[in-house]
Design a protein around this ligand. Structure first.
Ligand SMILES: *Cc1c(COP(=O)(O)O)cnc(C)c1O
Length: 223
């Protein structure tokens, strides 16, 4: 496993996709998803030039956060969060990508000591196995959550179905982009909705073509 080579290939491919989409290079952030490796390999990866770290589980997040406390990093929790675990983790996060219910928002409002940047996770593909609000549930959730000053809704997060073809990816990602723009236009204070968290190792090019501003890449770093 050559971490520097993998890192450089990913950053180059992201830069290329960004250019092809006629977007500015700074508009796409790359989150290295380190759930497959331990803290020691994560440290080696950071040395190759990584600013954003993502984990999908609370215990693994906290383990890495502690081991890498001396590093200058931006921390993302990208996976679903159980309400009873909110208090253990919420104040260590820079970004939370999987806000998927009003009840979870309520718990964050109760436990956070500062505003937390959150993405509303939306199940655009309507797969039963996926977390996230359905599109028709989004507006009413936003109306409730806007009263919670500890939650800053920065954008929408979505995941495409496993094995989706290019046409399906473009369909799902363009719908997410349209929803993000629609919510941004509401102009609600503390809900900028400027960001789009979508794209993983297998589909980040399509995600960038459709406006993604945070890609969450794991496997491609550690192949
Ligand atoms: C694991 C994970 C990723 C990264 O997926 P890869 O296919 O390994 O790049 C992205 N987002 C979430 C929510 C994940 O759990």
């Amino acid at each position: 496993m050559n971490l520097q080579k993998n890192r450089d290939e990913i950053f180059q491919a992201v830069a290329q996709a960004t250019k092809e989409a006629h977007r500015s290079q700074e508009s796409v952030n790359i989150i290295a998803v380190t759930k497959y490796v331990d803290s020691s390999i994560t440290k080696d990866l950071i040395k190759t030039g990584i600013e954003h770290i993502g984990e999908n589980r609370v215990d693994k997040f906290l383990e890495k956060y502690e081991a890498l406390a001396d590093q200058k990093l931006t921390w993302h929790l990208i996976g679903s969060l159980q309400r009873r675990k909110v208090k253990d983790i919420i104040n260590y996060l820079d970004y939370f990508h999987a806000l998927d219910s009003v009840k979870l928002a309520e718990e964050i409002q109760k436990r956070a000591t500062k505003p937390i940047k959150c993405f509303l996770q939306v199940n655009i593909s309507r797969e039963e196995s996926k977390h996230g609000l359905l599109v028709e549930e989004v507006h009413s959730a936003v109306q409730t959550i806007k009263e919670y000053e500890k939650i800053e809704l920065v954008g929408i997060m979505t995941m495409a179905p496993f094995g989706a073809d290019v046409a399906q990816l473009n369909d799902i990602f363009s719908k997410a982009h349209a929803l993000q723009k629609e919510l941004q236009q509401l102009g609600i204070p503390n809900m900028p909705f400027t960001e789009l968290s979508m794209g993983m190792s297998g589909d980040y090019k399509e995600a960038i073509a459709n406006g993604s501003t945070f890609v969450r890449i794991g496997t491609a770093f550690f192949k």
